[in-house]
Write a protein that binds this ligand. Structure first.
Ligand code: ZN
Length: 556
């Protein structure tokens, strides 16, 4: 599975650089080989950390060529793993030693960086102690795992006194251990109907009964909390070259995060292909995030499936592919593991991680400081239809990856002048502002490809982008239907009609545009009265309207 490596050669340290969209307050140059060492440890265990040997811990990491390890201050069960000064009631009841501090000191001796993990959204200790701090759904129920089911998936409200606790907790971390960085987990929009949130919404002229207002308010609360927390963390920085890294994890980096980019020091793309993210999430998120000017870290797991899958190992070829894919996409590597409650690292896990990280280490000279050389900007549909793997973007990216075309994933705020070609897949509708931006791009010689509803106005009843050279008539009358390329587009395609499974549009070319392909309807649509064989009715053999139209440097 080393073939993924060849794409790393597409990046070059001497390649072009583009203007950063902004300057973050504290940019970080990350290490290449990180482990994210989960430690969500039930309170029903004694002997926590009893078998921890600082020297053996750091040596095991070092031998596996790990040079950064995220260790735990506090977990989703809500417990602390260091000798806290401020919150002794939250120290894990079974904890046998000052675990986090010993982890950090042992790693620092070997020049291993130790960012510190703490949870924000999920905290079972707090959920039990202060049920009034939990998020409330719009039906009045408490958000999250029901009381008689296992799991700590119960979100805290950031408008509650929990917010003050978090600051006191962060201060306590700085007072108790050396801090290389902080990783805040489970950062989600605070969409909450608790009395505090309802009052605040009304004060801001928002309607708590309106779901759209609650969503907007939820984002505002999250953004505001992140700004406040980053300013607070930065107040502990000792000097310009001794700063704590800051990352807020919500399991995805997309256009929603752009407004608060400067609250981060870097990106970590949590994306375990076997853990629900799939194989297309990482490239989509990474190709977007890398355009925002911060250093990037991909994050997978060593697990057979996902987090908390104890005593399981990923297929080595899969772990290799995932890490090399990170390098090839201009990210550094992080592999998730969970430390056994006794505090001893699993030997087989670090043999596996070491086997991949030794290979990563050899490739680093070609990856450090590399910049992606990219021709194509592919719009993400996330801004329009939501979802961390929006199908129109996933489909277009898969085609580009498989055909070896280099692209960034972009949103409507992006600097378009970086790209020779823009692709608007299926759902990228165009308001007045975007129309102006795209028309300007085309008038300066940029090329553009749009499909289906892309290029239409937000109400999707007419094209809003004159440059496309097509007029909307109706939804396609037949579906599935067939498409056949004319000679200009036919190179490399099979001859004859090809099936299009989903319903498209019937369009008309405007004067001056050239038809590149035709749509061939079937004899009839498949209904109870008229159906044909097992699946779609075949082509009736007659072209009806354009399937692809070229106007100057634009293709619809
Ligand atoms: Zn609330």
């Amino acid at each position: 599975m080393t073939s993924a490596l060849s794409t790393a050669g597409l990046f070059t340290a001497s390649g072009f650089t583009f203007a950063e969209p902004f300057t973050s307050q504290d940019k970080f140059d990350l290490r290449f080989r990180q482990v994210h060492l989960d430690f969500h440890t039930s309170q029903h265990l004694a002997d926590v950390g009893a078998q921890f040997d600082p020297e053996q811990f750091a040596a095991t990491l070092d031998q596996a060529r790990v040079n950064s390890v995220t260790c735990f201050a506090r977990c989703h069960h809500g417990y602390l793993y260091y000798d806290t000064k401020a919150h002794p009631e939250r120290r894990h009841p079974g904890l046998q030693r000052n675990l986090l501090k010993e982890q950090i000191e042992a790693c620092h001796k070997r020049k291993i960086r130790v960012p510190i993990y703490t949870t924000v959204g999920w905290d079972q200790f707090t959920a039990d102690a202060e049920p009034g701090w939990r998020q409330v759904l719009d039906n009045g129920m408490l958000q999250g795992t029901p009381p008689n089911e296992p799991g700590f998936y119960r979100l805290q409200c950031l408008n509650s006194p929990y917010r003050d606790f978090l600051k006191a907790h962060v201060k306590d971390i700085f007072d108790s251990v050396p801090v290389d960085g902080l990783f805040f987990d489970i950062i989600k929009p605070n969409e909450c109907s608790c009395p505090r949130c309802r009052r605040a919404m009304v004060q801001q002229g928002l309607d708590p009964a309106n779901a759209k207002h609650r969503q907007k308010y939820g984002f505002d609360v999250m953004y505001e909390w992140m700004r406040e927390m980053s300013a607070f963390v930065r107040s502990f920085n000792k000097s310009e070259d001794n700063k704590a890294s800051i990352f807020y994890n919500g399991g995805h980096i997309g256009p929603d995060i752009r407004p608060v980019t400067n609250t981060f020091s870097h990106w970590e793309f949590e994306s375990l292909p076997s853990g629900g993210w799939g194989y297309l999430h990482f490239p989509i998120a990474q190709r977007y995030g890398r355009t925002l000017g911060l250093d990037c870290l991909g994050m997978t797991g060593k697990f057979h499936t996902s987090w908390g899958d104890f005593h399981s190992l990923k297929n080595p070829a899969a772990l290799q592919f995932e890490c090399f894919n990170m390098l090839a996409n201009n990210a550094k590597c992080s592999i998730g593991d969970q430390l056994h409650p006794t505090g001893k690292l699993d030997a087989a896990t670090y043999e596996l991680i070491g086997s991949v990280y030794r290979e990563v280490e050899k490739k680093e000279p070609w990856c450090a400081g590399a910049k992606p050389l990219v021709d194509i900007g592919l719009f993400t549909a996330e801004e329009f239809i939501g979802g961390r793997v929006p199908p129109p973007t996933a489909g277009a990216l898969r085609m580009l990856q498989e055909s070896g075309h280099q692209c960034d994933i972009i949103d409507t705020e992006a600097d378009l002048s970086r790209y020779k070609v823009l692709i608007l897949p299926d759902e990228i509708t165009v308001n007045a502002e975007l129309e102006k931006k795209l028309s300007e791009y085309v008038s300066k010689g940029g090329a553009l490809i749009a499909s289906h509803r892309a290029g239409m106005n937000p109400t999707k009843d007419a094209f809003a982008l004159p440059a496309l050279g097509v007029k909307f008539k109706a939804e396609a009358p037949f579906s599935p239907d067939y498409i056949k390329a004319r000679p200009a587009l036919a190179q490399g395609l099979p001859t004859g009609e090809l099936v299009i499974y989903l319903r498209g549009h019937e369009v008309e070319p405007v004067a001056g545009s050239e038809v590149l392909a035709d749509v061939y309807p079937s004899y009839f649509n498949r209904t109870a009265d008229h159906y044909f064989s097992h699946r779609q009715t075949p082509s009736a053999g007659k072209p009806a309207y354009p399937g692809a139209v070229k106007n100057g440097r634009c293709i619809y």
